[in-house]
Write a protein that binds this ligand. Structure first.
Ligand SMILES: [Zn+2]
Length: 235
């Protein structure tokens, strides 16, 4: 072991720490922004569920169900069962934050309906990413313990599997940005929010998007660190 490798290892570790701090910041920011705008009612009095249902109808989508789901910020669209699940604080709420989230999830349902390619690619990556994140760390650990050429092979296999999980976080980005762009456009065009209200909804969705950027950044930092460790082992 020499100083060069220690240096390489440490700078990558530093990057991982920055990514971790950014993730914490993004999480705090999305909770804070959501809380702030969940106290502001929209002037027409629509609930999240009503907006989602109306938007789906306006888009000519009649086979997507809108239902409640437990938890906080657990809202999601499930392409498998064509179900749009809204959390309690969105489904029945008339807040600007609720309408932003409901419209965003409807954006995913519309992506699915129109065959938006990045969403299809993302869905394809779900099982691969699951396998990648489950198997990569055990393989990497065993590889590091084994050492030698067998250990190096296991380490490389672990890194390749981990890359699948990293790729998933990157593919998620255009899907999320696009759903939010659709959401804001629909909230304005369909007349659910006025110009002032839509500014709040935009802030909520922007904060939510930042958590996805943070997740991708954290995954890439972790991958770079693993590659650095593998390189240090080989030499
Ligand atoms: Zn989303």
């Amino acid at each position: 072991m020499n100083m060069f490798y220690l240096g390489g290892y440490d700078s990558m570790y530093f990057l991982v720490l920055i990514a971790f701090a950014f993730s914490l910041y993004a999480q705090a920011k999305v909770s804070g922004t959501f809380n702030k705008y969940s106290k502001v009612r929209n002037h027409r009095g629509y609930t999240g569920a009503q907006v989602a249902q109306q938007m789906l109808q306006n888009a000519g989508i009649y086979d997507v169900r809108v239902e409640r789901v437990a938890g906080n910020l657990t809202d999601h669209y499930d392409p498998g069962s064509k179900t749009l699940r809204l959390s309690q604080s969105v489904y029945d709420s008339t807040s600007i934050a609720a309408l932003g989230v409901a419209a965003h999830e409807t954006g995913h349902a519309i992506q699915h309906d129109v065959g938006y390619a990045p969403l299809a690619l993302r869905s394809m990556f779900v099982p691969l990413s699951g396998i990648g994140s489950k198997l990569s760390m055990p393989l990497i650990l065993v590889g590091l313990i084994f050492g030698g050429s067998t250990g190096q092979l296991l380490l490389m296999a672990g890194i390749v599997l981990f890359s699948l999980a990293v790729a998933f976080t990157v593919i998620t980005l255009p899907v999320e940005f696009n759903a939010s762009t659709r959401a804001i456009r629909l909230l304005v065009d369909d007349g659910f929010l006025d110009t002032e209200e839509v500014r709040g909804a935009k802030k909520v969705l922007k904060a939510a998007a930042m958590t996805y950027v943070a997740a991708a950044f954290a995954a890439i930092a972790q991958l770079l660190r693993l590659v650095a460790i593998a390189g240090r082992r080989r030499n």
